[in-house]
Design a protein around this ligand. Sequence first.
Ligand code: HEC
Length: 122
Amino acid sequence: MNNSKQAGRKQARKLFSAIIVAAPFALASGSSFAGGDAGKGEELSQTCAACHGADGNSSIGANPKLAGQYESYLVRALRDYRSGSRESAIMAGFAAALSDQDIRDLAAWFASQESDLSVLSK
Ligand code: HEC
């Protein structure tokens, strides 16, 4: 076997192992919003119910409705409150107590609820 062939094989092997190593991360990030367990989220949501409503349809204007919101949006919002990149004195405290999995579970729960928002007819 000549040297360039060997080098080519070596490179192919390297590429192959890079794919093997990277694949689970790619899968994990691609499905990170699908990783939520809505049942677990429902349990966790008891803490949120006083302000956001039991099913996320808050009836108080100051507290946003979460029902039917995009799961990815909810995950992002909670992570941002937790990190402080989105500021809210109220939500910072609640988000601080949440793990990544809690956030995914809560997002799955609220996203799966039917929103009572409607579009006004003209
Ligand atoms: C004491 C009342 C209160 C409680 C309890 C509470 N929240 Fe909130 N939440 C708020 C308020 C007020 C805002 C709006 C903050 C802002 O201006 O960003 C908010 C915003 C949010 C948002 C962003 C919504 C959007 O449309 O951008 C999410 C997501 C959220 N809360 C989830 C939760 C979850 C999950 C819990 C329970 C772990 C929870 N909240 C508990 C009052 C509350």
